[in-house]
Design a protein around this ligand. Sequence first.
Ligand code: ADP
Ligand code: NI
Length: 221
Amino acid sequence: HDALWTEQQKRIAGEAVEWVRAKLHEDSSGHDWWHIDRVVRTARTISLEEGADTFVCELAALLHDMADEKLNDDPRAAELELERWLEKSGAGEDQVAHVLEIIRTMSFKGGSRAPMKTTEGKVVQDADRLDAIGAVGISRVFAYSGDKGRPIHDPDLPPRERMTEEEYRHGKDTAINHFYEKLLKLRELMNTAAGRRLAEERHAFMEKYLERFYAEWEGRS
Ligand code: ADP
Ligand code: NI
């Protein structure tokens, strides 16, 4: 892909890698550097198939968590820093605006998630969501749950949808619950054909995993 990039684009991407790596390399909340690295690689795969602008996808994937509220005590300040960084990077004005628009739309929290407006946005959001499912996604749920002190599974607990808000907020959530709460729903949310294909495989793997999990849990296999 980057055979088609200008020398300047290669330099900007390289500087973004350095900046992001320096900030994220010791995070344990599931937003570590390797999450970014995987999202970048998956975004490359999808962007080639979708005919998207690979440079915009790469920058957005690299920078997508830099202003995230989970990584920053002051997300607003982090967003300003991100804007400054992009403005000084040497990327074109349109590209800077596009990357910022993607990151803001992706990290928008709340009930009615705004849909991604551009192909590049769709690509990067798919890549980020794909990292929450499949074999890697399974690892991340258990890592995150362990970090929060939550159990692997509790067959006596009601599933999330039958849990009260009170129970949920008091950390009664389990890693296995999170599959039903979020992971198994992500396949339906894919934006691109390539994303859907990858999600299909990862989804099937999670279903197989859960089947075995219950069989072993119950002593059936
Ligand atoms: P995003 O990367 O979209 O900000 P999150 O911060 O919600 O996603 O999640 C980061 C990782 O942590 C994901 O892989 C997700 O599955 C996992 N995770 C998030 N919330 C929970 C939870 N309540 N229980 C277990 N794992 C979780
Ligand atoms: Ni992410």
